[in-house]
Design a protein around this ligand. Structure first.
Ligand code: NAP
Ligand code: MG
Length: 496
């Protein structure tokens, strides 16, 4: 990182926004209640944040509706919205250090990842949709000479977004960027573990010129604020990222309220398939380690199941274990740190339980497995690798959402595909081979929203991201995301 910043000193100076951001103002929850926002870096309480519930959500939705009806934002030309959103991206860029620090303090990821990974991606995302929105054309359908059939995309109205804590701002940006660009009003509920960056971003949106009521942020708990948004009669679309279990609740909320459209980006148990003919086995081994240890494995498309062709199994796994050494839990505020904290104590305990379950079920613990740095008061787990995992074991079936790799051997391509697809999830799959025909054949056979071949990249904002099966439906990123936040209007004009 080229930015010489004393992050500890910055952390002492930072001014946390603690209240809900509704109709362009910071306000307390109507109940006056707050909840403690705790840092997994060292267990310190960072702030007491407004605990919004149904009443606050209603206030935010009313503000969003009012702004939408008034045309304060939706009524602006695409070019005008573009200018404001480019300014918004610029403000995010200018405040990237502060926002990155909020992410690190709030959910424990290394500061270098927050600054160079998350914040760059957030800025790019806002900028990309800003630039896209005045380049999307509507359609004219075939019609007789005496008629004109227009097909136009209109914003849906009020969009609710409920997001998780693993990439707090980025997951929010994947929703609010296309939704705002398309002219909608938004109500965003961040995860209770990580509300701080969302509150600051609401303020920056307003500073950029997004009118009051268009972008509201309601911190609070899922069961109260999240549910209220899901059940609100005046929310038109609900975009969710989080667990499969909670994703299903939103379908129910919609069915029991106003049939709002729901899009779900849920969990994963992504297979990473490595064949013996892989051209660069070192790149594959590094990819396997990065794929599960980046962000402490708290990644929806983490490559948590490593499927290795039996011929190279031992050799390959020992290389993965070597690359895993690059991930040692350390102080998240140190720029050199590559592995930070787990998000909280609950998640830490959950991951440790999976690790002991893996051992009980007969998998072999190769490395890691322990909680470390307890003296800091924070939540840290070593990079952990299991070998001799069978796909029926719990650690191969459940999304652990921690730095735990499950290694499974296979003999044939058919077997690899069968194991890969034997999961309720279908978010992503990675494939390493030198055989182009086999690569294409397997990519087609894999039931996953993204398949990467000989890389772990998966593409930037230009490509869609989302799941098959119980990993959800609807796509974030790319122009396809706009589909979730617009609806088609047909206008048929007859002049014969
Ligand atoms: P989570 O427990 O499902 O929570 C996600 C969001 O839903 C949070 O804002 C949460 O609020 C809210 N929520 C919880 N219970 C709710 C309820 N009963 N009604 C309404 N809202 C409710 O997920 P998480 O533990 O934060 O995040 C991890 C999960 O996210 C993993 O499964 C991961 O795979 C998934 N994820 C998926 C993607 C993707 O793009 N596919 C990306 C990132 C993460 P509170 O936190 O306040 O309770
Ligand atoms: Mg927190």
């Amino acid at each position: 990182m080229n930015i010489a910043v004393d992050w500890r000193a910055e952390a002492r100076r930072v001014n946390f926004r603690k209240e809900a951001f509704i109709d362009g103002n910071f306000v307390s929850a109507a109940s006056g209640k707050t909840f403690a926002c705790t840092s997994p870096v060292d267990g310190a309480v960072l702030a007491q944040v407004a605990e919004c519930d149904a009443e606050d959500v209603d206030r935010a939705v009313k503000a969003a509706r009012k702004a939408f009806e008034a045309g304060a934002w939706a009524g602006q030309s695409p070019k005008s919205r573009k200018r404001v959103m480019l300014k918004f991206a610029e403000l995010i860029h200018e405040n990237a250090n502060e926002l990155a620090l909020l992410e690190t303090l709030d959910m424990g990821k290394p500061i270098s990842a927050a600054r160079n990974g998350d914040l760059r991606a957030v800025t790019e995302c806002v900028r990309w949709y800003a630039e896209a929105i005045d380049k999307i054309y509507d359609e004219i359908a075939p019609a007789p000479r005496t008629a004109l059939a227009l097909i136009e995309r209109e914003p849906v109205g009020v969009v609710g977004a409920v997001v998780p804590w693993n990439f707090p701002l980025l997951m929010a940006a994947w929703k609010f960027s296309p939704a705002l660009a398309a002219g909608n009003s938004m109500v965003l509920k961040p995860a209770e573990q990580s509300p701080l960056s969302a509150l600051r971003i609401g303020e920056l949106a307003a500073d950029a010129g997004i009118p009051p009521g268009v972008f509201n942020v309601v911190p609070g708990f899922g069961e109260t604020a999240g549910q209220a948004l899901g059940r609100h009669m005046d929310v038109d679309a609900l975009a969710f990222t989080g667990s499969t279990e909670v994703g299903k609740f939103f379908l129910k909320y919609s069915a029991e309220s106003n049939m709002k459209t729901v899009s779900l980006e849920c969990g994963g148990k992504s297979p990473n398939i490595v064949f013996a003919d892989t051209p660069d086995l070192d790149a594959a081994a590094k990819g396997a380690a990065d794929g599960i240890f980046y962000n402490s494995g708290q990644v929806c498309d983490a490559a948590s199941r490593l499927l290795v062709e039996d011929k190279i199994h031992d050799r390959f796994l020992s290389r993965v274990a070597e690359f895993a050494q690059a991930y040692q839990p350390a102080d998240p505020l140190d720029e050199k740190t590559t592995m930070g904290a787990m998000v909280d104590q609950t998640q830490t305990r959950r991951v440790l339980q999976f690790i002991s379950l893996g051992q009980q079920e007969g998998a072999k613990l190769v490395t890691g497995g322990k909680q470390v740095r307890q003296e800091t008061g924070g939540c840290y787990i070593e990079p952990t690798i299991f070998d001799r995992v069978e796909n029926r074991m719990t650690i191969a079936r459940e999304e652990i959402f921690g730095p735990v790799l499950s290694t499974i051997s296979f003999k044939t391509a058919e077997e690899a595909v069968a194991i890969a697809n034997d999961s309720k999830y279908g978010l992503e799959a990675n494939l390493w081979t030198n055989d182009l025909t086999r690569a294409h054949r397997i990519a087609r056979a894999l039931r996953a929203g993204t398949v990467t071949i000989n890389n772990r990249d998966g593409g930037g904002i230009e490509v869609p991201f989302g799941g098959y099966k119980q990993s959800g439906f609807g796509r974030d990123k790319s122009l396809h995301a706009i589909e979730k936040y617009t609806q088609l209007k047909t206008t048929y004009i007859s002049f014969g």
